[in-house]
Design a protein around this ligand. Structure first.
Ligand SMILES: O=C(O)CCC(=O)C(=O)O
Length: 278
């Protein structure tokens, strides 16, 4: 099964800023990935350390495999071309019946990346229904100026600084992106997006993967890293992340510490407070 976007889907991505759902794998295969994640959580006493949520492909071998999987990269290549870096990978976990939410925001404001072509691929490892707090997006906000944001640091907000758009979004016009297990949504990182609480009895677990063309630069941080997942990188703007030989491979874990710290500093640039949820 390789997902190939239709011309209509490509057109929709370019004009509206998102395309969804794209089936990547069946529910059983996604369930296996969930089990691997949950086995690590169990070994940690129930949840990952906050720093393990980010640049997670350096810690989880199966996630490094996933960002190189043709089923994911083929549609990404259709949108941004053949030379592809994966900047970050992040787990988005809302416990069953939890108030966790994500406020309206645009990632382009915080990531220090020079390109307008960065794509977030969000793969559902458990049901991401409306009730479970799936993502919603504000179509076409990927075009034009970035909207004004402020930092609200709410304890239930999964975002680092509780960053929130202060004008320019309207919930009445939002498009919800429910996903079944094994499906993925794609959105431009300039697109305003948000999500609500999980009112179901299952955990809502997603993993996001952030892909960009190799010409992208880091314009906020002095040093940053990314995985070269397809093609060649003639620009050299990012140090390439090592491929872990196994989960929690020693070399990759050491690299992760530096890489996660670098992202942390970039994302909190200009913030009053670094709460390091990352
Ligand atoms: O998982 C969510 O609800 C939000 C995810 C998100 O903000 C992102 O992938 O950029």
């Amino acid at each position: 099964m390789t997902a190939v976007l239709t011309p209509e889907q490509i057109e929709q991505y370019n004009t509206e800023g998102y395309v969804t759902p794209v089936r990547i794998m069946d529910a059983a295969e996604a369930g296996t990935l969930r089990s691997k994640l949950e086995a690590t959580e169990a070994a940690r006493g129930g949840k990952l350390a906050p720093t393990e949520r980010s640049k997670a492909h350096l810690l989880f071998k199966w996630l490094d495999d996933l960002i190189r999987d043709p089923r994911i990269l083929d549609p990404i290549e259709q949108l941004i071309g053949p030379n592809i870096l994966c900047w970050n990978t992040l787990f988005w976990i809302k416990e069953a019946q939890s108030p966790s939410f994500v406020s309206w925001h645009q990632d382009t404001k915080y990531w220090g990346l020079s390109s307008e072509k960065v794509i977030t691929a969000w793969l559902a490892l458990s049901p991401a229904s409306l009730d479970a707090g799936c993502m919603r997006v504000m179509p076409r906000t990927h075009i034009g100026d970035v909207l004004p944001h402020d930092d609200q640091y709410h304890q239930d907000n999964l975002l680092t600084r509780g960053q929130q758009i202060t004008e320019g979004v309207d919930d009445a016009e939002a498009i919800y992106m429910p996903l079944q297990v094994g499906e993925m949504s794609l959105h431009n990182y300039r697109l305003a997006h948000a999500s609500g609480p999980n009112n179901t009895d299952d955990r809502r677990i997603g993993v996001s993967m952030h892909f960009m063309p190799t010409e992208t630069g880091q314009i906020v941080g002095n040093w940053d890293s990314a995985a070269l997942v397809r093609g060649e990188d003639t620009f050299g703007n990012f140090t390439h992340t090592p491929i872990p030989a196994a989960d929690f491979d020693e070399e990759a874990v050491a690299f992760h510490a530096k890489a996660a710290q670098a992202i942390n500093e970039i994302v909190y640039t200009g913030a009053d407070e670094n709460t390091a949820k990352l």
